[in-house]
Design a protein around this ligand. Structure first.
Ligand code: NCD
Length: 350
């Protein structure tokens, strides 16, 4: 374990340098940022997820999964809107037999009496073994993991979305979806992947970009309106890790080149004024006509919720993967929680 240091110094460390801080006895303990995962871990989580899905097909298997973490409790602290991520974490915990409590509205907690967020998180972490959190503040989960590590009773933290910054478990389910889709086509290595939309403020595309550096020969196309292109920090990360990428504003030109399209909505909840309204986002919408341009084995992804980025008529196409992503998300989260609590061996031996 790296030495406990103050938050300011810890904050300055780069993702990889913090890895040890998120581990316990060589195992994943906190899930905070995508940079903490390496290729063996990603391959293992994909295998574990597939194994769990197989086990869950039968009643006996479901009962086995439910027996694994019956003595553990989880807290879901979701103070930013969420449908899928909240429900899939809740379902994942329940599949493993865990009991869950939740805070979704900070106006019902003692934060309203002036308690700091740090004290609030420390309080509810006293009752549970795992805290899953979504927060509008960037690096919130990271700070809480750091804070809990300084206490006598640290519990695992999972980041379920931290402002514009990261959404590492969404990135894991995206990797699982890509892995399954390309299983018979050489895997994720060597694939061309386009990310489309508000890349500056979209945390899903940021976390996924970090994960893609673990795959050989990947090419990433960032297709975004001017002003919403992928952040310099991520582009520097790709350059340092020799990942090939290109920026574009022209969706039609990029569609025929790629194996996967990752569509996203405009993240206007982070607007300072009305800047989003000035952008013609319709140029970054995928329509039924675009299907003709797409390679036969390419896939269309979206973290959801969508607005008009993908027209409903596209849903019927076999290359549309976004509803499958929703389902995959639950199973990947089962795998991740099982891994954190060291129940994965038992699953693999089932
Ligand atoms: C995303 C999020 O919250 O970042 N949703 C999700 O978790 N699936 C994407 C979004 O809100 O646009």
């Amino acid at each position: 374990m790296i030495r406990a240091i103050d938050w300011e110094a810890f904050k300055e460390l780069r993702g990889g340098e913090k890895r040890e801080y998120f581990m316990r006895d060589g195992n994943i303990f906190h899930v905070v940022m995508a940079q903490q995962f390496d290729r063996p871990f990603l391959d293992y989580i994909c295998d574990l997820t597939t194994k769990i899905r197989g086990i869950a097909k039968g009643n006996q298997g479901m009962l086995f999964l439910q027996s694994l973490l019956q003595t553990k409790r989880a807290m879901l602290y979701f103070v930013q809107p969420s449908t899928r991520t909240f429900l899939s974490f809740m379902s994942a915990c329940q599949i493993l037999g865990m009991r869950c409590s939740e805070v979704r509205d900070p106006t019902t907690s003692s934060e309203m009496k002036g308690e700091t967020q740090e004290d609030t998180v420390r309080t509810f972490s006293s009752y549970v073994d795992l805290t899953i959190m979504r927060h509008v503040q960037e690096r919130f989960a990271e700070k809480m993991a750091w804070l809990l590590n300084q206490t006598g009773r640290p519990v695992s933290v999972i980041n379920a979305g931290s402002g514009k910054d990261q959404h590492p478990t969404q990135a894991l389910l995206d990797i699982y979806t890509l892995h399954r889709s390309f299983e018979n086509y050489g895997g994720i290595d060597g694939k061309a992947i386009a990310m489309i939309g508000d890349l500056l403020r979209g945390r899903t595309v940021r976390s996924l970009t970090y994960l893609l550096k673990n795959y050989d020969g990947v090419k990433i196309y960032f297709v975004a309106p001017r002003g919403l292109q992928m952040g310099e920090d991520l582009k520097d990360y790709l350059r340092e890790n020799d990942v090939d990428f290109e920026e574009s504003e022209n969706l039609d030109e990029i569609i025929p080149l790629v194996d996967a399209l990752y569509m996203t909505r405009i993240q206007d909840e982070y607007d300072q004024g009305d800047e989003s309204k000035k952008i013609d986002y319709s140029k970054f919408h995928f329509t039924g006509d675009h299907l003709k341009l797409l390679k036969p084995n390419a896939i269309i992804m979206h973290p959801l919720p969508r607005r008009a980025e993908i027209r409903p008529e596209v849903d019927q196409d076999r290359r549309a993967m976004y509803w499958r992503q929703v389902r995959n998300g639950m199973w990947v989260r089962v795998a991740l929680i099982a891994k954190i609590f060291l129940a994965d061996r038992e699953i693999m031996n089932y």
